[in-house]
Design a protein around this ligand. Structure first.
Ligand SMILES: [Zn+2]
Length: 137
């Protein structure tokens, strides 16, 4: 009981009182109560902030992990792309060599055909000359 309301010795203030009543002003109790409420709110807010911080930390860890996984995936894809590019280069080189061999082979075949035609032309001329010689007696 504040403000000396429970005083049993009819005193007008704390200095006159001999019964040990509580002379603390009610306002102090009200303020203490408000302070306690405020502290509880702050405590609750701190808890909320703590949860948020913990959540943020977890999210950051997940993000970090995801970035590491992304880097790893990119590196693997890059390796696969490099490997494929190398294979393509090998195939291209093989195809070029193969094509050039075919072209060279064709040219060789054409040359042989031309040589054969020349020989036949010569033989034909010889035969015509022989025929003329026989006709002329
Ligand atoms: Zn009293």
């Amino acid at each position: 009981m504040a403000d000396g309301k429970d005083c049993k010795c009819w005193a007008h203030g704390e200095c006159e009182c001999g019964c040990g009543a509580d002379w603390t002003p009610q306002e102090i109790y009200d303020l203490r109560s408000k302070l306690k409420e405020a502290e509880e709110k702050i405590s609750a807010r701190d808890g909320y902030i703590g949860n948020l911080e913990s959540h943020l930390k977890t999210t950051e860890q997940r993000l970090f992990q995801a970035e590491a996984e992304k880097d790893d995936a990119e590196r693997r894809w890059s390796e696969i792309a490099d490997s494929l590019q190398k294979k393509i280069s090998v195939y291209e080189a093989q195809e070029k060599a193969w094509l050039s061999r075919i072209v060279v082979g064709d040219m060789d075949a054409c040359g042989a055909l031309i040589d054969a035609l020349k020989i036949q032309g010569t033989k034909l001329k010889e035969a015509e000359a022989e025929i003329r010689r026989i006709k002329n007696g």
